[in-house]
Design a protein around this ligand. Sequence first.
Ligand code: NAD
Ligand code: DAU
Length: 366
Amino acid sequence: MTILVTGGAGFIGANFVLDWLAACDEPVINLDKLTYAGNPETLASLQGDARHQWVQGDIGDAALVSRLLVEHRPRAVVNFAAESHVDRSIHGPGEFIETNIVGTFNLLESVRGYWQALPKGEMDPRVCGDDKALTQTAFRFLHVSTDEVYGSLAKGDPAFAETHRYEPNSPYSASKAASDHLVRAWHHTYGLPVLTTNCSNNYGPYHFPEKLIPLMIVNALAGKPLPVYGDGMQIRDWLYVKDHCSAIRRVLEAGRLGEVYNVGGWNEKPNIEIVQTICKLLDEMRPKADGSYASQITYVTDRPGHDRRYAIDARKLEAELGWKPAETFESGIRKTVEWYLANPEWVAHVQSGAYREWVQKQYSAS
Ligand code: NAD
Ligand code: DAU
């Protein structure tokens, strides 16, 4: 058996692929457009590993996706591919509409065509490992989405449950909300066996340094300002990326068809507290001669339409599927700061753009 992962060169997708292949030998076809956010260097350790195959391409390219599906006969598609950065969506929403909405639509259509051509019936457990045993019943399409589709909470509001109304506020979250609706509709209308996960903010290794946590680490070390938007009291609910990956594996394995599972770590923190925690860890692990990194904190103009608070109620996933995060915020953020200190080359290549040259050399149109 094989799985097809989309967006597997990005932050969460790449962590998922690394964890997947560390845990089992089931091959991964990794379809990624390699936008600025796609960094194959993250998966350099898999070079030459026959269990991992790169394909540079777009989820919206129906001909390519259909060919890959027929050729590799995956038992599941896990869709990470997206434009993911809220600030970029404010400055240029077009790509978000194109990939997150139109791309997901095209992907669903390609997958539907493939799935409908599979034999009906149950997969025979005795012939597991034989791809001829793959049936419509065994196939899964797992769509990775976000808590941002639920909008913003006020202080004291209960955390987002799966039944919370969709109220997206940014071009990014609106595009992800639209994609979730398409996935839901393809299940209800065509019977496509889908699963959707809506996760809170992730952090951890290989996080592109345009997002809050890696940006603060990298800027602090470079002696640059640490830009905190507005009053810094916006709240996010943080989950270590490996815990998100384990949740996705669990939902893929045992989630009920057509269901949505919220994923979160019960770790609500105001942004300023996150930045102060990073400064304290750096003061401890890489002290600088002239005082604390906290002196670099700079309040800047707020993000337009900035959501005030996100909080995820993950009780359905915990109760139904027995998932639990392995990391607390304290252990996860320590590991994350340690990782960035130990991997200056990965960061330097992202900052210099060298990772793009690497893309050209290694993986141009495989
Ligand atoms: P990312 O921006 O780091 O990576 C996205 C990946 O998708 C990149 O490798 C990029 O090259 C690829 N991609 C973009 N457009 C594509 C296309 N048209 N075809 C194929 N590949 C394409 O994103 P991430 O932070 O890893 O997020 C992955 C998924 O998880 C997204 O769907 C995002 O909405 C969701 N999510 C992210 C978070 C978070 O905190 N980062 C939280 C919850 C959900
Ligand atoms: O909630 C899940 C979402 O989390 C994912 O769906 C998105 O893909 C992911 O990017 C993330 O969105 P956020 O907008 O919450 O993440 P970001 O790291 O951009 O910002 C986190 C918070 O920190 C947010 O309140 C804005 C603030 N911020 C961000 C940056 C980059 C700052 O104060 N300063 C900054 O420089």
